[in-house]
Design a binder for this molecule. Structure first.
Ligand SMILES: [Fe+2]
Length: 406
């Protein structure tokens, strides 16, 4: 299976979007011509409207019919029973009229698609578009961009402020709300303003100090190297929320690293290493056997996860603390995997890629745990942190509700 290490994943999209470009969705635009042309081949219909020709499977064309009998516009759900459609269905008649593809099927049913809908929803269109526009950053890029923080008062009362906050969060993978009262209750209120809280073994809202109350290094004063959280879950938590309620001592700055920026460097330098990290699944594990807490969780998946159709990254799992025994890689590929992993580690550890932030009472940070790694320096004194996880699906749903591309 791993003999195909030379196969290379490449992205169709620019890796780093300038701010002006990232504001607008990337969609396949079909130049409008006086008349689109089509060709009925044996296995598909080829539509050419002057841009990238799109190939449309005939069963797909019947299955996606948006007529009321096939698709309910009120519920946005399919009415058609796809299982009852002839697998070899072909239209009796095809034509292009007024910017629409019109198909007449055996039995007389008519399907009408706008050419722009087909361009956007075809595989070719999907392949050339970005699911979520992002601005990848190192320390200088982020500092020069100076994305604004939201303010507690307006954040809690203005939907427009939440929209701006989500826009920044989607682009950079981190976003801040300032002037939040330094309480667990206010932190929960800020989190709920964005989405649903994801309850885990740590509770709904968690609060920790360096008291070793749980079997995790986070509950100590030790430095923590950059990592993503809950890599040991099959679906790692999507968003992490932190609020430092109190710190009487020194140190304890938070480290943030854009994992996608580092991984894109690997893709540019060593596509074969990127491909290996994106294809080989490895395990992460969390075992806790205290009197009060018994947990044994496992999550298995590649370090880098990309959408198969456009090679866009959507998830990085990187946690050297929780990585479990590697027994999912054949012996002749293990060394290559370590080399690839080392290259990613080198990129993640470059000082210029590190953004250090001192979290103070009132400043709540939201971190995309599928993209941005976090860590901390060691500290002295009492440091009390609270926070929670949010479900990724619901955060993205909120963003789409605001018309943002996510
Ligand atoms: Fe963590």
């Amino acid at each position: 299976m791993l003999g195909a290490c030379s196969r290379v994943l490449r992205r169709a999209q620019p890796r780093l979007l300038p701010a002006s470009e990232s504001q607008r969705p990337l969609r396949l635009q079909m130049p409008t011509r006086a008349r689109a042309t089509f060709q009925s081949l044996e296995d598909c219909l080829v539509l050419d409207d002057g841009g990238t020709p799109v190939r449309l499977n005939y069963l797909w064309l019947r299955d996606h019919c948006r007529s009321p009998s096939s698709y309910n516009p009120q519920t946005n759900q399919r009415n058609l029973d796809t299982g009852s459609v002839d697998l070899n269905v072909r239209p009796d008649h095809t034509t292009v009229e007024d910017g629409h593809l019109v198909l007449t099927w055996p039995g007389g049913h008519v399907t009408k698609y706008s050419l722009s809908w087909l361009a956007e929803n075809s595989y070719e269109g999907k392949k050339q578009s970005t699911v979520q526009p992002r601005i990848l950053w190192n320390s200088d890029i982020y500092k020069n961009a100076t994305p604004p923080s939201a303010k507690w008062d307006t954040f809690m009362s203005s939907d427009d402020e939440v929209k701006k906050f989500l826009h920044n969060y989607l682009l950079y993978g981190i976003a801040f709300v300032d002037d939040v009262p330094a309480t667990v209750e206010a932190t929960e209120a800020v989190a709920k303003r964005v989405s649903l809280i994801r309850e885990t073994t740590y509770g709904r809202m968690w609060c920790f100090t360096s008291d070793f109350s749980r079997g995790d290094t986070a509950y100590s004063q030790l430095a923590l190297d950059r990592h993503t959280d809950t890599s040991y879950l099959q679906e790692p938590c999507g968003i992490q929320v932190f609020h430092c309620l109190k710190h009487e001592g020194t140190g304890g700055r938070t480290l943030l690293v854009d994992g996608f920026y580092a991984a894109e460097k690997v893709r540019q330098q060593s596509p074969e290493n990127f491909e290996l990290l994106a294809r080989v699944p490895i395990g992460h594990e969390y075992i806790e056997t205290s009197d009060d807490h018994r947990n044994h969780m496992t999550g298995i998946g590649p370090v880098l996860n990309v959408y198969p159709w456009n090679k866009e990254m959507y998830l990085i799992r990187y946690n050297n603390y929780d990585r479990s025994v590697i027994n999912t890689i054949p012996h002749d590929c293990v060394q290559r995997w370590y080399v690839a992993h080392r290259e990613l580690t080198t990129e993640l550890r470059r000082p210029e890629n590190e953004l250090w932030v001192k979290l103070t009472p009132g400043k709540v940070i939201f971190i995309d745990n599928w993209r941005v790694l976090h860590g901390r320096e060691s500290f002295t004194g009492l440091r009390q942190l609270c926070g929670c996880y949010l479900t990724r699906d619901d955060v993205l749903s909120s963003a789409r509700g605001f018309g943002l591309q996510a």
